[in-house]
Design a protein around this ligand. Structure first.
Ligand code: DX5
Ligand code: ZN
Length: 214
C-alpha cells in the first residue's frame, strides 16, 4: 500500500488550516510539513507555533521534515507542537546517531533524509534505529522542482541494502517532483511513501491527483 503525503509547502499559507483539511478530504494519508531555516536550505517556512496552530484541523499524522541546522535543539518543541514523526537530514547532523535516538526518546518514529548528492552510506550506520529513509528526489528548499532521474537507481540500491540487512519493512519515502508520471517510476524502484506538494495543491481536483499517485 502506497502512502501519500501531501506537502503543505504548496498550500495557501493564508488559509493553512483549510488547506490541511483539503489534503485529508482528497485522500492523503500523512500531512508532510517542510520546516526550513534559511541556512540548511536557502528558504524559510515555519516552526512549531504554526504546526501547533494547524494541529486541530486534521487527525492525519504530521510528517515533519526538518531542513534545518542543529535539529537537536528543536526536536522537543516539534514533538510538543504535534509532530507524529520527525525526519532529519544526515547532512545537518554532526551526531546523527544521537539525534536519531533523541527522536525515539520522544516516543516518535525517526526518519533520516539524504540529499541527491549524498551517498547512501551516510545512513547505513543508523539504519537499524530508523522507521523511514527519505531519499530527496530534488535538492531541498523549494516546491515545484523537476524530479532528478538518477533517484530511481538510488532507490533500487537502497531497497537492496534494506533487504540485505533484513529491514525490508522500513518506509522508503521520496520527496520532490512527484506527479503521475514519476510516481510509477519511484514505486517500481521501491518507494512506498510519496510526498507531493505542487502536484496535489496545484490540481483542480485534488482527490484525483492523490488517487493518481497510488
Ligand atoms: C522540498 C520539500 C518538498 C516539497 C516538494 O524541499 O522538501 O516536500 O514540498 O514539492 P513538490 O512536490 O512540489 O516537488
Ligand atoms: Zn519535504
Amino acid at each position: 500500500m502506497t502512502i501519500i503525503a501531501p506537502s503543505i509547502l504548496s498550500a495557501d499559507f493564508s488559509k493553512l488550516g483549510e488547506d490541511v483539511q483539503s489534503a485529508e478530504k482528497a485522500g492523503g494519508d500523512w500531512i508532510h510539513i517542510d520546516v526550513m531555516d534559511g541556512h540548511f536550505v536557502p528558504n524559510m517556512t515555519f516552526g512549531p507555533i504554526v504546526i501547533q496552530s494547524i494541529r486541530s484541523y486534521t487527525k492525519l499524522p504530521f510528517d515533519v521534515h526538518l531542513m534545518i541546522e542543529r535539529p537537536e535543539q528543536y526536536l522537543e518543541a516539534f514533538a510538543r507542537a504535534g509532530a507524529d514523526r520527525i525526519t532529519v537530514h544526515a547532512e545537518a547532523c554532526v551526531h546523527l546517531h544521537r539525534v536519531v535516538h533523541q527522536i525515539k526518546e520522544l516516543g516518535l518514529p525517526a526518519g533520516v533524509a539524504l540529499n541527491p548528492g549524498t551517498p547512501l552510506s551516510a545512513v547505513e550506520p543508523v539504519l537499524d534505529d530508523l522507521d523511514l529513509v527519505l531519499l530527496m528526489t530534488v535538492n531541498p528548499g523549494f516546491g515545484g522542482q523537476k524530479f532528478i532521474p538518477q533517484s530511481v537507481n538510488r532507490l533500487r540500491q537502497l531497497r537492496g541494502i534494506l533487504q540485505e540487512r533484513g529491514l525490508s519493512h522500513m518506509h522508503v519515502q521520496v520527496d520532490g517532483g512527484i506527479n503521475a508520471e514519476t510516481a510509477p517510476l519511484v514505486r517500481d524502484a521501491g518507494a512506498n511513501v510519496l510526498v507531493a506538494g505542487n502536484y496535489v495543491y496545484g490540481a483542480a481536483d485534488r482527490s484525483s491527483a492523490v488517487a493518481s499517485l497510488r
